[in-house]
Structure formats: C-alpha cells, structure tokens
Design a protein around this ligand. Sequence first.
Ligand code: ZN
Length: 73
Amino acid sequence: MKAKKCPRCGKSSLYETRGEYRMELPPNIAGPTVVVADAEWQHCNSCGEDVLSKELEQAINRKCRRRKKSTVA
Ligand SMILES: [Zn+2]
C-alpha cells in the first residue's frame, strides 16, 4: 500500500480508503449521520484525519443540501 503525507500531522500515514464513508455531524447541526456508500477518501493512520476527494465532498454537500430543503418545506 502506498502512503502519502498527511496535511495535518505531516507523517506518511495517509492511505487510500474505499467503502462507506460516515460523517458525524457537529452537535449544533441537527440530523442523522451523513452516509455515502461506495466512497473513496484518504485516511491518516497517525492522527485519524480524513482527506476527502472532491467527488466525496460534493456527494456530502448534495446530501446536506437536500436535507436542508426538506426540513424547510
Ligand atoms: Zn495525520
């Protein structure tokens, strides 16, 4: 497995990860955990940082936006 440098801690423990990405929402935002199936991102084994791909960020944004709309309506 190839490891990249982590932008947070600077250690070479960033690994490609694939699977179901779960994003816990901060306490000030109401709602269930955002789950993206079949996602790809990079996870640091040293500090636990998740570096998301643009595609994954967009998928999460879409889910959050949809939820906001549905709560307003
Ligand atoms: Zn790190």
